[in-house]
Design a protein. Sequence first.
Length: 499
Amino acid sequence: MMNMKEIKKNEIRVRFAPSPTGYLHIGSARTALFNWLYAKKNNGKFIIRIEDTDRARHIEEAVRPILDSLRWLGIDWDEGPDIGGSYGPYRQSGRVETYKKYAQELIDNKKAYICFCSPEELQARKKTAEDQGLSFKYDRRCLSLTPEEIEEKIKDKQPFAVRLLIPDNEVIEFGDRVYGNISVSSDTIEDYVILRSSGLPTYNFSAAVDDMLMKITQVIRGEDHLSNTPKQILIYRALGAEPPVFTHLPMILGSDGQKLSKRHGAVSVESYRNEGFLPEAIINYIALLGWSYDDKSTIFSTGELVDRFSLENINKKKARFDYQKLLWMNATYIRKTSDRKLEEMLIGLIEKHIDKKKIQRNNLDIEKTVKMITPLIKERIKTINESLDWVMPFFTEVEYSKDMVGYFDKKLIDAPAVLSNIVSSITLLKDNFDSYRIENSLRKVSEEMDISFRKLAEVLRIALWANKVSPPLFHTMQILGYQTSINRINKYLKLIENR
């Protein structure tokens, strides 16, 4: 049996502690989501803490995008750097004096000690050990310094770090919700640095101190932190505190089985947002990376995820990120989106990518036009951005590629004759240009010319859309209007006749 303390629901406090080294990674978003779901499910508190003491990797400008991405996903928090709380500051850079205080407490209690060994010295000793075929472990050289020697070195302004004194021959045991009972011998851990010579804490020290002071009851984080856990438990023990319950999430791999990275494509939430993915789809998909409700359920609303989420349903198996499945899921959510909401998204996208003067010149009302377009493309797009290919030709002039101009050169169809007959036929519809009459007119041309309607539609579609694929043809022509439809047909007709 796992040695885990019982946590009352109203005592649960979980946290997400990103380092501002870039945008919100999809794996970090999953960690935040699992913490958030667990807090919501158990009426607990979800806390955001920014771990920004690694100045070499810190990017101050990354803090806001991380928070913005979480909000866009619909993940909110009860305490954090922007809203405060009872256990702040919620940025580690504002807690440096606290870390120094606890480091000094450990020194005073003989559980840590000052170390004057420089990085250069340590590297040289490590190399010597490696040259002799030995593994290197800090030899506690500075532990034997007398108080007078320490005082003299400090007086001489020699830089120093603080190391935790690891107890000898102890077994560090802890239970993990995913990986079960884990035991590690303290003899495998060297006296590691908890406070750098710069005065800034190392990750294991600051994380343990913060979790202790912020009364975190459950630590839910990535599998890559599993090896840090024994070191952090030693901090808890040294400070006389009870460790939280740990849950380590399986790593997310790319489709090739390697750790998910940029070579697999977009890895940040912001990138997917910019590509036109919906937050509900992202949330649903990343929830399934390492967690499942049953063997068949795939689509979950956020409310359903909260109701059904359980740490017991997280498995050890590494999750694989499948971009095609995410696309499928996003398309599913687009179809579930109301037409009105989708119209608003399309209007925003169009206004971002189009010259409004061109819309005015074409005498098209953007809102009315999008209202007509939305039902035509809703079932066809997988991302919101993908709609640009379906929408923009309604508002801008189309350009015909060489391939499209020469498309019918080697096909058994007289494209100029087809287009000429279409023009003659639809001219009669000038004052009643609706999809019903357009269809009847075109089918009549197909019969009179004795060609399949599929071939006729292919010629007309390229003339109207400069592409072999377009929204439903009759409705497309109705939305374009009589004059624009005639203009495009005549333009394409002239190009293929003059080849």
